[in-house]
Design a protein around this ligand. Structure first.
Ligand code: ADP
Ligand code: MG
Ligand code: MG
Length: 886
């Protein structure tokens, strides 16, 4: 018989899959002996069964009743009992934390009778009505589907009538009236009364939490965080404790360390006389925990001790939700907390120092994405500059964008290519699409634990919250700064998530401390030292080498400073652009062999110079030079533009330019419907005489030049787009001939390994043959993805990728994260069959996937020798290659 309900005392954190993170951690805290109000958990399995069939699974409700009875016996009260009611919360909680994306209903068990009983037993009438109106509101919106704005309107009306700045200034009578108003709203909107049966409330609330798994915002959040859609949520039912019983009660959120910087010490917000959701939603401004220490030193000390116990037990930063009921502290939630990238590195290093975790564990807890974030530039200000406003620095980084005042506008403008900053009084889970679209989030209310802050940190998005010196007027689409400046929608502002400053206009950027360390190898502050330690450890454990894709000496030098162990892809087409385009044009248009040779001869010294400079920058390390790849017409002018120019000349009665006519003729001759699958790569070298010879000669002469200068040049020649071993064999003959010629002419023998890119399925499938001629394989995973799927990136990404992501055809774009199942299989086949023929075959990747963490893990497991990526991704790839080897 399947078990659908677990008492807190029967669970543990190992059961997070079944009990959800929240339930499992409540069980864990119960086992640790921390003060947790008792309760039980309905499993994710019950949720999955309910969502699949639309009905409660057989036996679930009996189990819920049985556990409720146990709770009633333990507390000596019955759910909703008229004279002294037991109240419970019904809380969502999935395997992976989805902050605020699903529903929670508090104060279940109150009705027109038990609210009076609660007032009597608590001796606090205001509290009882406050709890009741909260239940009606939460139940109405969550379970009965009433628009929450309607309740907010009633509340606003009441506050205005009572001239109350916030809800604490409302008395028992006001709140009783409000509860009636809310019930009226429910009746008007749904045609049903607010249900009076406590057992019915409990049952319906559980099902509503199940359903909230599939709420729009929850789905969006999961897609963005790559959380599977089929896990379901658990439901925790827990005895209520009350933070709204008066000034000696309250509710708060704490972190065992500062989640923004990682600095040790309890950190958080507290709201006296409030129920939990008030803290996060920012209905009133919370105070720092230092204030709690003043208000209630005993409860504060307990909280601090529990926080330390949790951090030692979980061996990581934890966040905590707690409530104080008349001086008694209750722990309501904990989990390993989200943190900024800076804090992740700092905490990992610190915990190693403290002996709580190993260097391997520390490496596992940081990420390449986090490192990339620390490499982003920051604003070039001395911090004192004339900021428009200051708020809480909730998620670091520098962002510039046009101010927008709602989620839809953020989405609309960003889809049109504009960078935006979402400015809100406070965010709600419905703002998620706008937060995803924006460069930064700026709010007028709320602290580091507000919704905006928590979600932004999770996404690595810049966030400044609680900027009290701005007044946000969302309806009028502007905000006003204290100095009187009015910032209208569309105005560019700069938001510094590291300092909390907000500036008018676009503030210029400079390198971050981490970037300066990567550039110079020197660091002073401890935050950067933590990054250095993680990178050093990654280097000591990784098996994959990391090379860079670089086409210029500057990029090569930078990549080397960043730790690149060579160049895995040096593209030569960029060397054909600019003023050299004329020479390339001549080569393409030449009618005679002599004309073509003249053009090639003019290009030769230019290419040689490029190669010599790059080989110098990478002296002693391999430099893989790819022969010309793109179709030649890319070097000629645009067909339409030419045709228009000629037509215009004719229309004006004149003679079109002869050169234009000649060019158009060539362009027409070379026009391709599918250039991606046309005359390019190795095919070019086999049909355009002299091209390969010129390029190889340039490489060989550069090698000679560097050797004579005392260097150790290690050029490798890479042939693109090979599909058949014959193509490679023919090309290789040309290469060998030129290398030998240059060796003879100069007296310096030139050794260059020759290899190929694997970027066609046929190449992968005949890798055993191709390896007969190739000394190395470099997987061009961009083209291999295109040719395996049969779509061209430029045409498909905008056309239907978002639909494919929505429909779940892809979990991620195959151009960002390697498609293991298809493209990955070709990679494995090619590695295996290539090595069978040539055991010392070198294998690497030079597509953009070489810098993608998820893909790097795959390349490690497929046994490749190296990944190659853009210079700025090199440190990221080092770190991730280390993590892959753990
Ligand atoms: P979320 O996942 O959105 O954080 P929770 O289930 O944690 O939702 O509930 C939100 C808040 O409601 C909690 O932080 C807590 O303060 C309050 N809460 C939940 N259960 C109880 C309870 N049994 N007693 C008192 N407050 C509760
Ligand atoms: Mg919570
Ligand atoms: Mg390619």
């Amino acid at each position: 018989m399947v078990r659908y309900v677990y008492d807190f005392r029967d669970g543990s954190r190992d059961l997070a899959g079944l009990l959800g993170g929240k339930g499992a951690n409540l069980a864990e805290m119960t086992r640790l002996g921390l003060p947790v109000p008792p309760g039980f958990i309905v499993t994710t399995q019950a949720c999955r069964a309910f969502l699949a069939s639309g009905e409660e699974p057989e036996g679930m409700s009996a189990e819920v009743s049985r556990h409720l009875s146990v709770l009633e016996t333990a507390t000596g009260r019955r759910l909703g009992q008229a004279d002294a009611p037991l109240l419970v919360s019904v809380r969502s909680g999935a395997r992976f934390s989805m902050p605020g994306m699903m529903e929670t209903v508090l104060d279940i068990g109150l009705n027109d009778a038990s609210v009076l009983g609660l007032a009597k037993v608590s001796g606090n009438e205001r509290f009882a009505w406050d709890s009741y109106r909260r239940l009606v509101q939460m139940y109405g919106s969550t379970v009965m589907g009433v628009d929450p704005a309607l309740f907010d309107e009633a509340m606003a009306l009441l506050k205005e009538a009572r001239e109350a700045p916030d809800d604490v200034h409302l008395n028992a009578g006001d709140l009783a009236w409000l509860a009636e108003m809310y019930k009226g709203v429910i009746r008007d909107e749904t045609g049903h009364d607010f249900p009076q049966s406590p057992a019915g409330q409990l049952q319906q609330a559980i099902l509503a939490v199940f359903r909230s798994w599939n709420a729009e915002r929850a789905r969006l959040y999961r897609r963005r965080e790559h959380i599977p859609d089929d896990l379901g949520t658990a439901v925790t039912v827990q005895r209520m404790v009350f933070g709204n019983l008066g000034p000696d009660s309250g509710s708060g959120v704490a972190f065992t360390r500062d989640p923004a910087t990682g600095r040790p010490g309890l950190y958080g917000d507290y709201l006296p006389n409030a129920q939990g959701e008030d803290v996060v939603s920012g209905v009133r401004d919370a105070v720092p925990l230092a204030e709690l220490e003043r208000l209630d030193p005993r409860a504060y000390r307990q909280l601090r001790d529990h926080a330390q116990a949790l951090e030692r037990h979980y061996r990581d930063l934890c966040d905590i939700e707690f409530t104080i009921e008349r001086g008694t502290l209750w722990m309501l939630q904990t989990r390993v907390g989200k943190r900024t990238a800076e804090a992740a590195f700092a905490i990992a290093a610190e915990l190693v120092e403290e002996g709580l975790i190993t260097a391997d564990e520390a490496l596992a807890r940081v990420s390449g994405e986090g490192l990339a974030r620390l490499m982003f530039p920051r604003f070039d200000t001395d911090g004192t500059g004339d900021a428009l406003a200051h708020g809480v620095p909730a998620s670091p980084g520098a962002a510039v964008g046009a101010a927008v005042f709602d989620s839809a506008e953020a989405v609309r403008r960003s889809a049109a290519g504009e960078q935006v900053v979402l400015v809100r009084e406070e965010t709600t889970p419905d703002d998620l699409p706008g937060m995803v679209a924006a460069q930064a989030v700026l709010t007028g209310r709320g602290g580091k634990t507000s919704h905006a802050a928590v979600v932004a940190r999770g996404m690595g998005k810049v966030c400044v919250c609680g900027a009290q010196d701005i007044t946000v007027n969302g309806a009028a689409r502007h905000f006003t700064a204290r100095n009187g400046t009015v910032v209208e929608e569309g105005t560019v502002i700069s938001v510094d998530g590291s300092t909390g400053a907000v500036y008018a206009g676009a503030v210029p950027l400079i390198a971050s401390a981490t970037m300066r360390y990567l550039e110079t190898g020197e660091h002073r502050d401890s935050a950067v030292a933590a990054v250095a330690r993680a990178l050093d450890h990654a280097d000591s454990v990784r098996r994959l080498e990391v090379r860079a894709n670089a086409d210029t000496p500057e990029d090569a030098a930078r990549a080397r400073r960043f730790g690149a162990q060579g160049i895995g892809l040096c593209r030569t087409e960029h060397m054909f652009l600019g003023e050299r385009r004329k020479l390339v044009e001549e080569m393409i248009l030449a009618r005679t062999a002599a004309g073509r040779e003249r053009a090639l001869a003019a290009l030769l010294p230019l290419q040689r110079r490029d190669f010599a400079a790059i080989l110098e920058a990478m002296d002693g390390l391999p430099v893989t030079i790819r022969l010309l790849d793109p179709p030649l017409h890319e070097f000629l002018p645009d067909r339409t533009a030419l045709a228009v120019r000629i037509a215009a000349a004719e229309a004006a009665g004149g003679q079109p330019d002869v050169h234009d006519v000649e060019l158009l003729d060539a362009v027409n001759r070379m026009h391709e419907d599918n250039p991606m699958l046309g005359l390019r790569g190795v095919r070019l070298g086999l049909v355009v005489p002299g091209l390969v010879a010129m390029q190889v000669r340039a490489v060989a002469e550069a090698v000679v030049e560097r050797t004579r200068a005392g260097g150790s040049p290690r050029a490798e020649i890479m042939v693109p787009l090979v599909g058949a071993v014959e193509e490679l064999r023919l090309t290789r003959e040309q290469v060998a001939r030129v290398l030998a010629e240059v060796g003879e002419e100069t007296g310096v023998p030139v050794q260059c390994p020759v290899g190929t890119m694997i970027e066609l399925p046929r190449a992968a499938l005949t890798a055993g043959r191709i390896a007969e001629e190739a000394e190395f394989f470099s997987f061009g995973t961009n083209d291999l993805t295109q040719t395996t799927w049969g779509f061209s990136r430029d045409d498909v990404e905008a056309a239907f990728f978002s639909a494919y992501l929505d429909k779940g055809v892809f979990a991620a774009s195959p151009f960002e994260t390697l498609d293991r199942e298809g493209v990955g299989r070709l990679v494995r086949i090619a590695v295996e069959e290539g090595r069978a023929v040539r055991p010392d075959l070198q294998t690497g990747v030079c597509g953009e996937h070489g810098g993608d963490p998820e893909s790097i893990r795959f390349f490690h497991s497929a046994g490749l020798d190296y990944v190659s990526c853009s210079p700025f991704r090199v440190p990221v790839a080092r770190l991730e290659a280390g993590r892959a080897a753990l």
